[in-house]
Design a protein around this ligand. Structure first.
Ligand SMILES: [Zn+2]
Length: 142
């Protein structure tokens, strides 16, 4: 397939602070000013206490693999296959999706991951790497 430019997110009024923090390699999420709960995706209302008040707060950038898939069918020329997409449950409890960078050795549900950054010209993007030496015991969903 011919090369094509990689698509990037388009920050808007609501998501601007989320993407803007990533310019400094920081992962910020909305945190409710009423009950201190983190939330993602961006929303005006806290799902826990219904408060409209919030701040943008840094989060750890660490979590565990909640789910993953290995993509073998190329759907965009900027993304050569195979690649692995992980759904990460952050320590703060929210889930973010992103690409797994580096080796997938140890990849399993529950594997500890940490954020790193894909430095693109205009918008750094979070990618995930497996942390730790020993893979966790895979969990069986019920
Ligand atoms: Zn709240």
């Amino acid at each position: 397939m011919p090369e094509a430019p990689r698509p990037y997110p388009r920050p808007d009024r609501d998501t601007g602070p989320f993407w803007g923090a990533q310019q400094h390699h920081e992962l910020h999420l909305q945190r409710c000013s009423g009950c201190a709960a983190f939330r993602f995706p961006v929303t005006p209302l806290c799902p826990e206490c219904r408060s409209f008040d919030f701040e943008w707060a840094p989060c750890s950038g660490r979590g565990k693999v909640y789910s993953y898939t290995v993509v073998h069918h190329q759907t965009h020329p900027a993304f050569p296959v195979p690649y692995t997409i992980v759904l990460v449950e952050l320590e703060e409890g929210q889930r973010l999706i992103g690409q797994l960078r580096g080796s997938s050795d140890g990849l399993a549900i529950g594997a500890p991951v940490g954020v790193e950054w894909e430095d693109a010209p205009n918008q750094p993007l979070p990618v995930w790497v497996i942390e730790g030496d020993s893979p966790p015991t895979p969990q069986v969903s019920e």
